[in-house]
Design a binder for this molecule. Sequence first.
Ligand code: DAT
Ligand code: MG
Length: 137
Amino acid sequence: VVSERTLVLVKPDGVSRGLVGEVIARIERKGLKLAALELRTADRAVAEEHYAEHAGKSFYGDLVEFITGGPLVAIVVEGTRAISAFRQLAGGTDPVEKATPGTIRGDFGLEVQFNLVHGSDSPESADREIKIWFPSL
Ligand code: DAT
Ligand code: MG
Protein backbone atom coordinates (compact mmCIF):
# COMPACT_ATOMS: atom_id res chain seq x y z
CA VAL A 1 0.00 0.00 0.00
CA VAL A 2 1.25 3.45 -0.91
CA SER A 3 2.52 5.71 1.86
CA GLU A 4 0.78 9.06 2.32
CA ARG A 5 1.64 12.31 4.02
CA THR A 6 -0.79 14.42 6.01
CA LEU A 7 -0.53 17.78 7.74
CA VAL A 8 -1.28 17.70 11.44
CA LEU A 9 -1.50 20.72 13.72
CA VAL A 10 -1.55 20.60 17.49
CA LYS A 11 -3.50 23.84 17.75
CA PRO A 12 -2.72 26.57 20.31
CA ASP A 13 -5.21 25.08 22.81
CA GLY A 14 -3.45 21.71 22.59
CA VAL A 15 -0.07 23.35 23.17
CA SER A 16 -1.25 25.53 26.08
CA ARG A 17 -2.92 22.52 27.73
CA GLY A 18 0.27 20.47 27.50
CA LEU A 19 -1.14 17.87 25.11
CA VAL A 20 1.64 17.89 22.50
CA GLY A 21 3.25 14.75 23.88
CA GLU A 22 -0.11 13.01 24.15
CA VAL A 23 -0.93 13.72 20.51
CA ILE A 24 2.51 12.68 19.26
CA ALA A 25 2.38 9.50 21.37
CA ARG A 26 -0.91 8.52 19.76
CA ILE A 27 0.49 9.19 16.26
CA GLU A 28 3.54 7.07 16.98
CA ARG A 29 1.65 4.24 18.68
CA LYS A 30 -0.62 4.00 15.64
CA GLY A 31 2.50 3.23 13.59
CA LEU A 32 2.70 6.54 11.74
CA LYS A 33 5.99 8.40 11.37
CA LEU A 34 6.95 12.01 11.95
CA ALA A 35 8.47 13.45 8.76
CA ALA A 36 8.73 17.08 9.92
CA LEU A 37 7.83 18.95 13.08
CA GLU A 38 7.99 22.57 14.16
CA LEU A 39 6.75 24.73 17.03
CA ARG A 40 5.70 28.09 15.65
CA THR A 41 3.16 30.88 15.82
CA ALA A 42 1.19 31.17 12.59
CA ASP A 43 0.89 34.60 11.03
CA ARG A 44 -2.38 35.81 9.56
CA ALA A 45 -1.43 35.01 5.94
CA VAL A 46 -0.61 31.37 6.73
CA ALA A 47 -3.78 30.98 8.82
CA GLU A 48 -6.01 32.44 6.11
CA GLU A 49 -4.44 30.25 3.44
CA HIS A 50 -4.73 27.17 5.63
CA TYR A 51 -8.42 27.81 6.32
CA ALA A 52 -9.28 29.28 2.88
CA GLU A 53 -12.14 26.81 2.38
CA HIS A 54 -13.91 28.33 5.40
CA ALA A 55 -13.60 32.00 4.33
CA GLY A 56 -16.98 33.69 4.65
CA LYS A 57 -18.38 31.26 7.24
CA SER A 58 -19.69 32.64 10.53
CA PHE A 59 -16.85 31.14 12.56
CA TYR A 60 -14.02 32.08 10.16
CA GLY A 61 -12.89 35.26 11.95
CA ASP A 62 -12.75 33.56 15.34
CA LEU A 63 -10.97 30.57 13.79
CA VAL A 64 -8.18 32.73 12.32
CA GLU A 65 -7.84 34.66 15.61
CA PHE A 66 -7.62 31.43 17.55
CA ILE A 67 -5.11 29.67 15.32
CA THR A 68 -2.80 32.71 15.28
CA GLY A 69 -3.25 33.36 19.02
CA GLY A 70 -0.32 31.33 20.33
CA PRO A 71 2.28 28.76 19.43
CA LEU A 72 1.16 25.59 17.68
CA VAL A 73 2.99 22.48 16.55
CA ALA A 74 2.92 21.73 12.82
CA ILE A 75 3.73 18.15 11.87
CA VAL A 76 4.00 16.20 8.64
CA VAL A 77 2.87 12.67 9.41
CA GLU A 78 3.71 9.84 7.07
CA GLY A 79 2.54 6.27 6.64
CA THR A 80 0.05 3.92 5.09
CA ARG A 81 -3.34 5.66 4.79
CA ALA A 82 -1.94 8.43 7.00
CA ILE A 83 -4.70 10.91 6.08
CA SER A 84 -7.60 8.71 7.18
CA ALA A 85 -5.62 7.17 10.00
CA PHE A 86 -4.97 10.53 11.64
CA ARG A 87 -8.56 11.74 11.09
CA GLN A 88 -9.61 8.58 12.94
CA LEU A 89 -7.22 9.33 15.81
CA ALA A 90 -8.51 12.92 15.97
CA GLY A 91 -12.23 12.12 16.03
CA GLY A 92 -15.05 14.25 14.62
CA THR A 93 -14.99 18.04 14.49
CA ASP A 94 -17.29 18.59 17.49
CA PRO A 95 -15.54 17.01 20.49
CA VAL A 96 -18.83 16.19 22.23
CA GLU A 97 -21.38 15.59 19.48
CA LYS A 98 -19.17 13.89 16.88
CA ALA A 99 -15.99 12.61 18.50
CA THR A 100 -16.16 9.32 20.32
CA PRO A 101 -14.21 8.54 23.50
CA GLY A 102 -10.83 7.10 22.63
CA THR A 103 -10.14 9.82 20.09
CA ILE A 104 -8.04 12.93 20.78
CA ARG A 105 -11.01 15.29 20.53
CA GLY A 106 -13.36 12.86 22.28
CA ASP A 107 -10.98 12.37 25.19
CA PHE A 108 -9.73 15.94 25.66
CA GLY A 109 -12.07 18.38 23.88
CA LEU A 110 -15.23 20.13 24.99
CA GLU A 111 -15.94 22.88 22.42
CA VAL A 112 -15.87 22.84 18.64
CA GLN A 113 -13.71 25.99 18.46
CA PHE A 114 -11.12 24.39 20.73
CA ASN A 115 -10.82 20.92 19.27
CA LEU A 116 -7.07 20.59 19.77
CA VAL A 117 -5.87 19.19 16.45
CA HIS A 118 -6.11 19.60 12.70
CA GLY A 119 -5.63 16.85 10.15
CA SER A 120 -5.82 17.14 6.35
CA ASP A 121 -9.05 15.66 4.96
CA SER A 122 -7.91 14.42 1.50
CA PRO A 123 -4.75 13.88 -0.56
CA GLU A 124 -5.39 17.22 -2.31
CA SER A 125 -5.75 19.04 1.01
CA ALA A 126 -2.65 17.33 2.38
CA ASP A 127 -0.53 18.44 -0.59
CA ARG A 128 -1.87 21.98 -0.38
CA GLU A 129 -1.43 22.26 3.40
CA ILE A 130 2.06 20.72 3.52
CA LYS A 131 3.17 23.34 0.97
CA ILE A 132 1.76 26.11 3.17
CA TRP A 133 3.44 24.98 6.40
CA PHE A 134 6.60 23.32 5.06
CA PRO A 135 7.35 24.92 1.67
CA SER A 136 10.77 23.27 1.51
CA LEU A 137 9.41 19.69 1.75
P1 DAT B 1 -12.11 19.62 10.84
O1 DAT B 1 -11.11 20.38 11.67
O2 DAT B 1 -12.67 18.46 11.60
O3 DAT B 1 -11.59 19.24 9.48
P2 DAT B 1 -13.63 21.69 9.51
O4 DAT B 1 -12.61 21.66 8.43
O5 DAT B 1 -15.06 21.57 9.10
O6 DAT B 1 -13.35 20.60 10.63
O7 DAT B 1 -13.52 23.06 10.33
C1 DAT B 1 -12.25 23.61 10.61
C2 DAT B 1 -12.24 24.11 12.05
O8 DAT B 1 -13.16 25.19 12.17
C3 DAT B 1 -12.70 23.08 13.07
O9 DAT B 1 -11.67 22.22 13.47
C4 DAT B 1 -13.19 23.95 14.18
C5 DAT B 1 -13.79 25.14 13.45
N1 DAT B 1 -15.23 24.98 13.28
C6 DAT B 1 -15.85 24.15 12.40
N2 DAT B 1 -17.18 24.26 12.50
C7 DAT B 1 -17.42 25.17 13.46
C8 DAT B 1 -18.59 25.74 14.03
N3 DAT B 1 -19.81 25.37 13.66
N4 DAT B 1 -18.43 26.67 15.01
C9 DAT B 1 -17.20 27.06 15.41
N5 DAT B 1 -16.06 26.58 14.91
C10 DAT B 1 -16.16 25.64 13.95
MG1 MG C 1 -11.05 20.44 7.88
